[in-house]
Design a protein around this ligand. Structure first.
Ligand SMILES: NC(=O)c1ccc[n+]([C@@H]2O[C@H](COP(=O)([O-])OP(=O)(O)OC[C@H]3O[C@@H](n4cnc5c(N)ncnc54)[C@H](OP(=O)(O)O)[C@@H]3O)[C@@H](O)[C@H]2O)c1
Length: 323
């Protein structure tokens, strides 16, 4: 494999940190553009051949400046919730930003783009999140040319240390004494391990067979949300009675929780959960791996008793703004 110069947008997040570490280990030079350099954990800053630069990725001039001289651009930027309710911020992040990235790549002659979408993204999907992800995917793929090759990835929910799914349910459960009311409990997921997602990205860097492709990424097992939350309760030793809310109550819960700072659950999330997040086929054979199961990985990071520091990190996570 050639040593490449790779710029990651959204590289400071959960997936980005694992991907950046792997790319550095493979000998690539990685540049991450972040909006807030001072907030980043030391983990990223100490990686050799990783350069963290501060900049507003929504500014085309900033994009051109930082993409200049790169071999590959990876776009991981995404939000699960917006500040408003009408989808404007989803459009800005999932649609307008990919458009700016494509333009910048073409202006400074970067020939390769790896783009993160989401399983279930479609123009007809029920939520702003999934519809704008689909539109972003169309934007990047419709820009493909001989000298500009795109691959996109559509994972189900991703798990791994520091994920915001398993860890968030563990934290929420610790806050709920006795009962845990669960919205959309029957929605099905096929969780995929973050390191397997990272393998799909790194494998695709230079493999011509992946050019122009869109890959659904799932783990080996399907779970309902109820089963996942029960598993989290078992692993953490929390005895909670999980109450599956019916559709009306699920919607009401979303309508209320979206007014809490950090929006732990919103109506747009509720709408995303109206469809299952499962794959029709197994993990794409081109990546040459058997995806890891949830039960083989989660016990390595989900602890029985919350450390005090973890409790406060949960508050910080929930209070975090997407912007
Ligand atoms: N995690 C999952 O289960 C999952 C499942 C399916 C798809 N995905 C997709 O995978 C990608 C990565 O997910 P993740 O879990 O790693 O997300 P994450 O931890 O929330 O990280 C997202 C990154 O995007 C940047 N970002 C967030 N809002 C932004 C905004 N308004 N403008 C510019 N940059 C912004 C942040 O960078 P800075 O703050 O440093 O600027 C952050 O590092 C996303 O596109 C997500 O939709 C994730």
């Amino acid at each position: 494999m050639t040593n490449l110069k790779i710029c990651i947008l959204g590289g400071t997040g959960f997936v980005g940190r694992s991907l950046a570490s792997r790319l550095v280990a493979l000998g690539h030079e990685v540049r991450i553009i972040t909006r807030r350099r001072e907030r980043q954990k030391r983990g990223l800053l100490v990686l050799p051949t990783l350069y963290l630069v501060q900049g507003d990725v929504h500014n085309p001039a900033v994009l051109r400046q930082h993409l200049q001289g790169m071999d590959v651009v990876i776009n991981l930027v995404g939000i699960l919730n917006e500040r408003g309710y009408r989808g404007k911020e989803f459009e800005r992040v999932h649609l307008e930003l990919p458009r700016k990235i494509v333009n910048a790549c073409q202006e400074v002659r970067v020939g390769r783009l790896l783009h993160m979408s989401a399983l279930g993204a479609s123009m007809e999907a029920p939520s702003h999140y999934l519809r704008t992800k689909a539109r972003g995917e169309e934007v990047v793929h419709s820009a493909e040319k001989n000298d500009f090759n795109v691959t996109s990835f559509r994972p189900s929910v991703i798990f791994g240390p520091h994920d915001s799914f398993i860890n968030r349910f563990a934290w929420l459960m610790r806050l709920s004494p006795v009962f845990f009311p669960l919205a959309c409990a029957r929605t099905r997921f096929q969780p995929v391990y973050v390191e397997d997602v990272v393998t799909a990205f790194t494998h695709s860097l230079e493999d011509h067979h992946t050019f122009g492709q869109r890959y659904d990424l799932c783990g080996p097992e399907v779970y309902t949300l109820h089963e996942l939350v029960s598993y989290v309760a078992d692993r953490t030793g929390l005895r909670r009675r999980i109450i599956d809310l019916n559709d009306t109550m699920s919607k009401m819960q979303a309508a209320c929780l979206q007014f809490i700072p950090g929006k732990p659950f919103s109506l747009d999330n509720y709408r995303s959960l109206q469809i299952d997040s499962v794959c029709e086929k197994g993990f794409p054979p081109i990546f040459g791996i058997q995806p890891a199961s949830l039960t083989s990985i989660v016990p390595t990071y989900l602890v029985k008793r919350p450390a005090r520091s973890e409790k406060y990190s949960g508050y910080r996570h929930l209070g975090r703004r997407d912007q």
